[in-house]
Design a protein around this ligand. Sequence first.
Ligand SMILES: [Zn+2]
Length: 694
Amino acid sequence: MTVRRSTLHLAVIVLAAAGLSACGRPGGTEAPVILEPTLQPTATLGLALPSAPAPDAGAAEAGIVFYNGVILTMDDARPTASAIRIQGERIVAVGDDAPLLAEANPSTTLVDLGGRTMMPGFIDAHTHLFHVASSFGKDDLSAQAEALQFGITSVGELWSDQALAAHLTELAAGGDLRLRVSLYVAPFLDGCGNVYDQDWYQAFAPGASLGHHLRLGGIKIYTDGGSCNAPAVSFQYPGGTGQGDLYFSQADLNATVERFAGQGYQMAIHAIGDRGIDQALEAIAAANAANPDGPRHRIEHTAVVRPDQMRRFEEVDAVGVLFGSYPTCSLVHRDGSFQYYTPDDYLSWEWPWRSLLEAAPGAHFAYHSDAYGVRPLDTFLNLHGLVTRSEFAEDGTVCQPPPALAANAIPVAQALRAMTIEGAFALGQETELGSLSPGKLADLIVLSDNPLEVAADDLLALHVQMTLVGGQVVYCADSDRALCPEFPATSRPTSSDSGGNQFREDFDSVLGPGWSWEHEDPAGWSLATTPGWLRIDLSAGGFLSAAPSNVLLRPAPQGDFELLTAVRVSPTRNFEFAGLIVTFGDGQVLQFGRAYCDVPGVCTGSGYYFDNLRGGASIGSNYALPGFAGSQHILRLHRQGTTYSASYLSLDGEWIPIASHIVEQAPVSIGLLAAQAPSPGPVAEFDFIEVRTP
Ligand SMILES: [Zn+2]
């Protein structure tokens, strides 16, 4: 899974860079910087006071002054400062040390930043932090903890049905949202373009607070493919796969956007290809003309942009929401991760951030990770991607971008704006968030170094030492406890799955009990090659073959169940297959996974296939759904009685159903399969397999 790989990868780089910086940083001090928070003695504290401590309001009144820092405010009125004063949840002053220290009263907490860099918390304008977390083995708490550790203090949650909205409202009511969440609901259509037009969203007023740290951001719709189907572009995709899919006529999209915008809702319009972006820009222009004082609208992903479209972002006042880290390795190596590549002739249209910023200097552009599931949540990977367009491969080598991609890298200062104040614009919260300015909410972070001063590749070695949301310390790095005022030393449970009817294999170092191999070739699988993953060679065999094929099985649960796995695989030759398997008596098998099959009249290339086989022959239809998804896939197989339904998780965190098969007899075993390659070479890597029973 992306997140784990990123974390491991970053940890390695952090260690390497720490080793270098200890002796090589220019101007570095040899002695450790003293970061002891200085609590000024107060005349009245102590025995003279009544035994009850001062109430919280009093503590809030006392406030905190951070001083002796390098404060990057993202506020054009005062771009840098050395001190900041926080009272309660808000910033009350930003400036130089002397005047702010002079204003401090005896109960003010003073924290010496020791020259550390402070800046606004990151705002990730488009995530699926809560919706998709469970598919990545995270619960609500651990997903938030990870975001706070990356310095993210606000997210847009960019897809929600009624159930997720209710769940988040419950979390907010219980005080369990530790960062700010702007919720974007999807009551109108799904990522495949199916219109369902529900009205439950009307319970949530535009921009309304839905509880502590939760507000309604707006309404999510889609103009083109990408979550499912293909982004709509004006060139031909290589291999004669067409020009992608638009979901609306221009008139229908205009009517839809005007309808919601007329009710006051901000629209977040998914548009990846340039034809989709054309439609989104036109619809926003029409909505703004009809409703000049209406909300500002956003275009999500904005991935393939023609030069002639760029000025339009400024002219129609559309916020472009842009990716940070580019999958450069997969582009360079053409590893099959993406079915729909932008051809080389059009590569300058791909993620053209520098050109966009230059062509539309008055427009607003925010970054997004689209995590979990699309790109990594890690803010430093995203920052590094924005600034270099290069990517580190899993083996530590660097994939350098081709010139057309490299030309659209942006300077660190602009990247940091996209990750803070511009994110606030995208959420419609620029008066409250995104810069360190008097009156704004005190959402801020302290970094291990100044991103404006380190070498580009050292951006990956940065880490967050402290994160504050609303003036409260919500994350403090273990190595920097002395820096963090009033941080309760809470221990958070690391594992959450305490429910009984659940089995999960994480492939950490040894296989848990209960597994057995069918047709095992011990040389063909490994838990060590990629730690935390089960790697299986795609051999020539399969479950029904006598050839070594490494099918991993365990007894099937009684009754209904749900099987989930995350697999990395890029099948490119006929019948290569990796995914989930359920076996029955009589040599019957259901297999659901990512596969390649190109047989005229039968199947159409790379896609998700759900096969019902007996004795190796198909007895049900094979289903293929070519998707835009990358090389990582989250697969789900659900048994209800005799019905087995397969679905995969889309880029936008929706379960996209493939098909179902009916099998009358009881299942014998469940597990994983990676097989059917015409010759050796490809591998599949599984991050986990999980079995849930009701
Ligand atoms: Zn998304």
